[in-house]
Design a protein around this ligand. Structure first.
Ligand code: GLN
Ligand code: ZN
Length: 764
């Protein structure tokens, strides 16, 4: 009998209950008990929703981040976060956010660095290592959740992050090697496994997604050593790999002494044949056949055609699961009552994916006839999607075929464009700007919602948004910023907003996916050929520009980010969807220019996270991604200044591609990583202007002027000062006005101090 299990369930709650509870707790409105109760209720509900599985995950729930949880379980907590006598849960939030609660009287501290989890849009807190890091098991959280699950009567399987992946995810600040810590780390893992065994656990899922990456020297040997030492701890280990094929690590993974291996059979299905002969006769093979990274219905017939012979061979050693944790998809399609029924019929969210697993296992164990009706419906959905005229549009395909290579290139080089732009914009040295959004207040959200619900008419909505824009422009003028923005009040989200205006996209109303902490996004669904029905931003930008003499930036989201932050088609290459998006955005850029906007920012916040996990695949991705951006951006005159923005600090390895975008100005995240990334500029001559973020907008803390001056001075040692801009790390929409105003005031002061030390004017 094939068994079914799950690697992880979305923890935020179908109604984002966890978000609400966390934010109430942080703001001091909710008691700690309320937050804990909310967590317990969500876990209970989620286990019940998974109860039909043979094993449900335990320990996948988190109040902020599973990597941070693992750190606390291992007793590996940055010493600065430990406040003697305080509740450890507050230590936890201190690492995650720089403080435990908004009005916390204790000293604010540096929040842990956040970075993206493999190639997803989920952010984890980076473990901090040093040569003297130590570990001391604290299994309280896992054991408590294990007991909860047992009390509920579900078959539970604890989930932990494996030792090698945990080490690899972290950073050392003192130049020591992470692997040197393995000897100290393994006893904590062994003790954890023995503790779980003593509590009654039969299986433990140990996640080692590191195995789908290119391993650095020494790590393969470390895997062998680590798993040999964890082999006899009284539990069966299910080694989980996901997000890609194992490739050169396949033999390594199969040689580890574990009782089961999970493979992402969506992205690595082709490896199953090679893997089978390497399994031990009693080893379990868990196949992640249901896509945990996208929202389309699985093709159950095709899967059964493939799985039936495998099942014949493996019998009850075959387990079926989603490809990875379902953390990366929305919870329940049943909540999408507004979605048109045609589209809905093509989709599956977390709950529906578990139902697909059930159908597959019944079909394998009892024959397809036992789930005949479900299989017929599944096939009908696939046929309808394949034939739909909403998906395939000849006009869009013809427009794409007509694109000329020259459309992807500016008329002149940056050296020739820069003086024209300087003459047009007349900016001081170290010009200041923001990344686009200003705080999204409840007034803004209420107005948008009332309009969406039809309680506020179009005119009322427009005047509410215009009032916000006018307020933003006044504030920026008063602060003395140089290049202004309209503030993006009309946007719930930088991708969803555009998706809602483009043909070929649909937005959900409840399709939330956790991004970091309490932050969630609703990735829109790109289901068909993309077309621009009418200008999307020109009205707002033109109005904002009319209120000031300072340059106003038009603000768009780039094609690659649209793609990487959406659920996209699985029936054509991403590059084709990317170019369709680029063409639509290009029209918008040209419309903004025609409306008089001299500066246009095209955000590519997510360009880097689209990088394939394996180096060998990078160039092909970067080639089409850069091409798509250039198609979107390069249809303007030389005097129009194109900005782009990227939200990450790991970027030395793609500098060539960033330069190839040929944006006149790029603003990037830099503050949390101490301008580390600028080291890359010592070796790579980045040709255009750059604004390394000096204000960490992910933390409520207000930066000091001196901090920002020092950061920029550090930047000026690598980048010619006349090419530096001064800006925050990212947009300000998640912050409050009372945090943003003093921060920007100080940021402008920092720029002024630097100008005073640099008397030469920005040359025209
Ligand atoms: N312009 C967007 C904003 O300011 C950019 C956001 C982002 O990079 N994530 O909100
Ligand atoms: Zn950003």
């Amino acid at each position: 009998m094939a068994k079914t299990h799950n690697l992880g369930f979305p923890r935020i709650g179908a109604g984002r209950e966890l978000k609400t509870a966390l934010e109430r707790y942080w703001s001091g409105q909710g008691a700690r008990e309320d937050l804990l109760d909310c967590g317990a209720a969500l876990r209970r509900r989620h286990w019940q929703q998974q109860a039909q599985l043979d094993w449900v995950p335990v320990g996948d729930f988190s109040f902020y981040d599973q990597v941070l949880d693992m750190g606390f379980t291992l007793g590996h907590v940055p010493p600065r976060a430990r406040v003697p006598g305080a509740d450890p849960r507050d230590d936890y939030f201190r690492v995650a956010r720089g403080r435990s609660a908004e009005d916390c009287s204790c000293h604010a501290l540096q929040a842990g660095e956040m970075t993206k989890w493999f190639d997803t849009n989920y952010h984890y807190i980076v473990p901090e290592f040093a040569a003297d890091s130590s570990f001391a098991l604290d299994p309280t959280r896992l054991l408590a959740q294990w007991e909860e699950a047992r009390a509920l009567g579900v078959a539970a399987k604890p989930v932990i992050i494996g030792p090698l992946t945990y080490l690899w995810l972290g950073k050392t600040r003192d130049g020591s090697a992470r692997l040197d810590l393995l000897g100290r780390l393994l006893p904590a893992y062994a003790q954890l496994l023995r503790t779980l065994a003593a509590a009654g656990a039969e299986w433990v899922q140990i996640d080692e997604p590191l195995l789908v990456l290119d391993l650095e020297p020494g790590w393969a040997e470390a895997f062998r050593h680590a798993y040999a030492s964890l082999a006899n701890c009284g539990v069966k280990l299910l080694l989980a790999t996901y997000f890609g094929p194992l490739q050169d690590n396949l033999a390594l993974a199969c040689a580890l002494p574990v009782h089961g291996l999970h493979l992402d059979a969506v992205r690595a299905r082709h490896e199953v044949a090679a893997l089978l002969p390497l399994l031990h006769p009693d080893q379990v093979l868990s196949l992640g056949v249901i896509d945990g990274r996208n929202v389309w219905k699985a093709d159950l017939h095709a899967l059964l055609d493939w799985l039936e012979p495998l099942h014949g061979q493996l019998g009850d050693r075959l387990w079926l699961a989603p490809s990875c944790s379902l953390l990366h998809v929305p919870v329940d399609l049943a909540r999408e009552t507004d979605l048109d029924s045609e589209l809905r019929f093509w989709l599956a969210f977390a709950c529906q994916k578990l139902e697909e697993l059930r159908i597959l296992s019944v079909a394998l164990n009892r024959g397809r006839v036992a789930v005949q009706e479900a299989l017929v419906a599944n096939a009908a959905a696939h046929t309808a999607r394949r034939r739909s005229a909403r998906v395939h549009k000849p006009a869009v395909q013809a427009a794409l075929a007509a694109v000329q290579p020259a459309w992807r290139t500016r008329a002149s080089s940056f050296c020739q464009r820069a003086p024209l732009q300087a003459a047009a914009l007349k900016l001081p040295p170290y010009p200041t700007t923001t990344i686009g959004s200003f705080p999204q207040t409840s007034t803004i959200r209420q107005a948008r919602q009332a309009w969406r619900l039809g309680q506020l008419d179009q005119a009322g909505y427009e005047s509410a948004m215009r009032a916000e824009i006018a307020h933003c422009v006044r504030v920026q003028e008063a602060l003395g910023l140089d290049v202004l923005v309209h503030g993006e009040a009309e946007r719930n989200d930088m991708v969803e907003y555009f998706a809602g205006l483009l043909d070929g996209y649909v937005c959900t109303s409840q399709g939330w996916v956790q991004s970091y902490g309490s932050r969630c996004v609703k990735p829109p669904i790109l289901f068909g050929d993309i077309a621009l029905a009418q200008p999307m931003t020109v009205g707002w930008s033109r109005y904002a520009a009319s209120l000031t003499d300072k340059p106003m930036k038009g603000m768009l989201t780039g094609p690659v980010t649209m793609l990487n932050w959406s659920f996209v088609r699985d029936d054509q290459p991403r590059s084709v969807s990317g170019d369709q998006l680029a063409l639509a955005i290009r029209s918008e850029v040209q419309a903004l220019e025609a409306a008089g906007l001299q500066v246009i920012q095209i955000d590519e916040a997510a360009l880097r996270e689209g990088l394939p996990l394996r180096r060998a695949d990078w160039q092909a991705y970067l080639d089409w991604a850069v091409d798509a951006f250039r198609l979107a951006a390069n249809g303007v005159h030389d005097s129009t200044q194109i900005h782009t923005h990227m939200c990450y600090s790991e970027f030395r390895d793609i500098l060539g591609a960033i330069a190839a975008l040929d944006a006149d100005v790029i603003t990037i995240e830099a503050s949390r990583s101490d301008m580390d990334l600028l080291d890359a500029f010592e070796h790579f001559h980045y040709p255009n202007d750059i604004g390394p973020g000096v204000y960490d907008i992910h933390s409520p803390n207000v930066p000091e002027v001196g901090q920002m001056v020092a950061a920029l001075q550090q930047a000026a040692r690598r980048i010619a000062p006349e090419r530096l801009w001064v800006n925050p790390d990212c947009g300000l929409k998640t912050r409050r006005w009372d945090e943003v105003l003093p921060a920007l005031e100080r940021m402008v002061q920092a720029a002024q101090q630097l100008r005073a030390a640099l008397p030469t004017r920005r040359s025209a």
